[in-house]
Design a protein around this ligand. Structure first.
Ligand SMILES: NC(=O)c1ccc[n+]([C@@H]2O[C@H](COP(=O)([O-])OP(=O)(O)OC[C@H]3O[C@@H](n4cnc5c(N)ncnc54)[C@H](OP(=O)(O)O)[C@@H]3O)[C@@H](O)[C@H]2O)c1
Length: 366
């Protein structure tokens, strides 16, 4: 398919250039002087762009599965990819509980999910992933409400915070929220995941893990000059993958829960609120809007909207084609994909697990 696209695009380029250069094979020499040639070139360009966008965006999840009787928890379900996933998973019949910081935005999100999914089985429990006390309270409340967790979609995240900030427990914010918070939450809830017939742990990482490099003497980037926003984000996304792979390894080693699924994914570059830490759109002067419109057009093409961005995590949360045989795999556009060598480092994954237990004060029993 990709080859076909490339071939098509090359053809379009040759057509569009109307090339008559001596290096162009005779059979490919075109001229855009006739209206028919112009229409053909425009149509081919349109088709090429359309197909290219389809390939970039990946498949839409359209399996007719039912999640009736399944409990689905989603961190960061009040906006972005979490909200979009919540709508679809509620539509499929799941009892969706979004775990988000208490706010009017979260209340509003519950109403939106109910309205857009047509399901009344939607609720929220307050959770601040940067606060171990809040994590414990959230888990305690969940244990009162449900007897099992079928899908734990660990989606919440922050990105590229300009300066080194700390969570309530004093951890560098990316590692604290994106990894340690999820680690502590899942540790509390794992007994409920094991009670489901085939509980799934779906962790949202990123291809930005390629920017990550963990310093085992300074996981929280406390040393002088160690902090930089993008590598800090990359480290936390690398930790998401190492965590999933170590969970998968432990599940395999223990063999007592052969059906538990542990997978991780990159959603693609998506137009959500995640960039809010990088820049505030309100800070851009209005007179620059037309310029941004021109510069931003390619950005629209090479990014996914919220709905398309959520497809891989919806697929991993709901598809009947996903099972524990996929454990430890990293998905992109709903297909297994490669990761950095560091993300495959078993020793580093073991080290990170032990370090995460220390930092969050408790053993994670698989
Ligand atoms: N968008 C992309 O291009 C992209 C690319 C690769 C990976 N990802 C990953 O996709 C996931 C979802 O991101 P998104 O694009 O949907 O971003 P988003 O629109 O900014 O949503 C992030 C969610 O995380 C929540 N959150 C942040 N800090 C939290 C905390 N301390 N406690 C609880 N919840 C917290 C936010 O809640 P509040 O609104 O209350 O802060 C929000 O619900 C993230 O893990 C991100 O790293 C996104």
């Amino acid at each position: 398919m990709t080859m076909l696209l490339l071939a098509l695009l090359s053809l379009v380029l040759v057509c569009a250039s109307g090339s008559t250069s001596s290096s162009t094979p005779k059979s490919l020499r075109f001229s855009l002087t006739t209206p028919t040639a112009k229409i053909a070139a425009a149509a081919a360009s349109g088709l090429g762009l359309y197909l290219g966008k389809k390939v970039y965006d990946g498949p839409v999840f359209d399996e007719a599965v039912s999640l009736k009787g399944q409990n689905v928890i989603i961190t960061g379900g009040n906006t972005g990819l979490g909200l979009e996933s919540a709508i679809k998973l509620a539509q499929l019949g799941g009892n969706v509980i979004i775990l988000s910081r208490a706010s009017a935005k979260t209340d509003q999100a519950v109403e939106t999910i109910k309205k857009q999914s047509g399901s009344s089985l939607v609720s929220a429990i307050p959770l601040d992933l940067g606060d171990l006390k809040s994590i414990k309270q959230c888990a305690d409340e969940l244990k009162k409400r449900v007897e099992k967790i079928d899908v734990a979609l660990l989606n919440a995240g922050i990105m590229a915070v300009p300066t080194r900030e700390l969570t309530k427990d004093g951890y560098e914010s990316h590692m604290g929220v994106n990894h340690l918070g999820h680690f502590a939450l899942l540790r509390e809830l794992f007994p409920l995941v094991k009670k489901a017939p085939a509980g799934r742990v779906v962790t949202v990482s990123s291809s930005a893990h390629l920017l990550g490099k963990l310093d085992q003497t300074d996981l929280l980037l406390a040393k002088e000059g160690a902090y930089s926003p993008w590598p800090a984000y990359g480290n936390s996304k690398l930790a998401n993958i190492l965590f999933t792979r170590e969970l998968a390894r432990r599940l395999k080693e223990k063999r007592q829960n052969p059906n538990v699924v542990a997978v991780v994914l990159h959603p693609g570059a998506c137009r959500t609120e995640l960039g809010r830490y990088v820049f505030d759109p309100a800070s851009i002067p209005k007179f620059l809007y037309p310029v941004l419109g021109v510069v931003g057009a390619p950005l629209l093409y090479f990014t996914k909207d919220q709905r398309m961005g959520a497809q891989t995590q919806i697929f991993l949360s709901a598809s009947s084609r996903v099972s524990s045989k996929d454990n430890g795999l990293f998905f992109d556009n709903s297909k297994p994909a490669d990761t950095s060598a560091e993300a495959k480092d078993v020793q580093e994954a073991k080290w990170l697990w032990a370090e995460s237990e220390k930092l969050t004060n408790g053993k994670f029993e698989v």
